[in-house]
Design a protein around this ligand. Structure first.
Ligand code: ASP
Length: 406
């Protein structure tokens, strides 16, 4: 019998979850531990994986200039695609006006509106005061900062740091192995995560806010089809269909787990095995992307801000909308790759343009559904960056060896 591929297995699990959830209703909750188990299994991999693979990734390049170059390209790519994503969100929301003529009952219930940190604090907070505490708390940006410095120091010291390098190299390999084992459980995990959501919410509760949901979905798809297709084709000469198929396991796991950080092991595996991204690139570009690159979140923020403005009868001038692009870009960088983080950051965007924070409560009701789609795009965006950076690096290396042999 032909073995069914993991992607097909995940897809089948996904469809069965929707059907079973819709038929059984809220009592399908009993399968939730399966989903939680899968979540925990991939979460426990993340901190050691990011630390080890990034240290090895940076040290393995053996060349500080190269790291700087790769970092520069990656960062620029992330910023640009994020700004494009918000612009798509804003344009769609301005055309389709999701917040006008809606008859939603006023929000009830509390909503978490945690104070969003200022831009300066967000930046300062990247530097850990105690890297061991960052590891314990799982603070990704701080871990990345620490790992990059460790990697750089290994490169500078050379021979005397060889043991440390070998240690991280071995640890990284072990974490990849564990990932490969855990990922086999993805179909079960996806079933356990999706069925209870469909069982609990059904489809009908979504109707009043359907326009927002549809717009976020349409925007995400548009961004993927336009921006990512163009960039992988233009910069890496990769067929967009091949790209989307290759990254699909990661996109689907992101959709189910609503966590880019949680999906990271799957993203690394999919880009390396299906899209030929080298480990040096994937171990640098992807952990960074899972932490700072959130195209889906940015697009969602664009749509939701306009929705809230329209809903409460505010007019947003073009100047204010440009401010939104800037703030939402920063907010999406500061958003952690964990479930629901985007909603907290949306608070910052909403208040900074002077809109009523009550709007957040309306979005909160449907946020989980929106989170699925935006996380899926967040991860797909990270993968597209790894493909592009990989191709640029390959081109540069080919040119250099040409020069050397000439
Ligand atoms: N859940 C998203 C992610 O992990 C972040 C967000 O809530 O927008 O990528």
């Amino acid at each position: 019998m032909k073995k069914i591929s993991l992607l097909t297995q995940i897809l089948i699990a996904f469809i069965i979850a929707i059907i079973v959830g819709a038929i059984v209703g809220p009592s399908i909750e009993i399968v939730k531990p399966l989903g939680d188990l899968f979540l925990r299994m991939i979460q426990f991999i993340i901190v050691p994986l990011v630390l080890a693979s990034l240290v090895v990734g940076v040290a393995g390049t053996g060349d500080i200039k190269k790291i700087g170059r790769m970092g520069g390209v990656t960062f620029f790519y992330y910023l640009l695609t994020t700004a494009i994503a918000i612009s798509i969100g804003l344009i769609l929301a301005n055309i389709f006006k999701p917040g006008e003529g809606l008859t939603i009952t006023q929000p009830t219930g509390e909503v978490e509106t945690a104070e969003a940190p200022s831009v300066v604090d967000t930046l300062l907070n990247i530097v850990p005061t105690n890297p061991i505490a960052s590891l314990v708390e799982g603070n990704m940006l701080q871990i990345i900062f620490f790992a990059i410095f460790l990697g750089l120091a290994i490169t500078m010291i050379g021979d005397r740091a060889k043991t440390v390098y070998n240690f991280f190299d071995g640890l990284a390999e072990m974490m990849y192995k564990i990932t490969a084992i855990v990922i086999k459980l993805a179909p079960i995990g996806v079933f356990g995560l999706i069925a209870p959501i469909v069982g609990e919410y059904g489809v009908s509760v979504l109707l009043p806010l359907l326009k927002v949901i549809l717009l976020v979905f349409a925007g995400c798809i548009l961004h993927a089809v336009l921006t990512y297709s163009f960039s992988v084709k233009f910069f890496a000469n990769v067929n967009p269909l091949k790209f989307f198929k290759g990254v699909a396991p990661a996109s689907l796991v992101a959709f189910s787990t609503t966590s880019s950080s949680g999906t990271l092991p799957v993203t690394i595996k999919s880009t390396e095995e299906n899209l030929g991204v080298s480990r040096k690139v994937s171990s640098f570009v992807l952990p960074l992307g899972a932490t700072i690159n959130m195209d889906g979140t940015a697009l969602y923020q664009g749509i939701c801000v306009i929705f809230i403005a329209q809903f409460f009868g505010y007019d947003l001038s073009i100047a204010k909308q440009i401010t939104i692009v800037l703030i939402a870009t920063l907010a999406s960088i500061g958003t952690a790759g964990v479930p629901g983080a985007g909603l907290i950051m949306l608070t910052m965007v909403v208040t900074s343009v002077g809109l009523p924070v009550e709007g957040i409560a309306i979005i909160a009701g449907i946020d989980r559904i929106l989170d699925m789609m935006r996380t899926s795009i967040n991860v797909t965006g990270d993968a597209s960056a790894s493909v592009v950076v990989n191709a640029l690096e390959e081109k540069r290396e080919a040119k250099q060896s040409e020069k050397a042999s000439a």
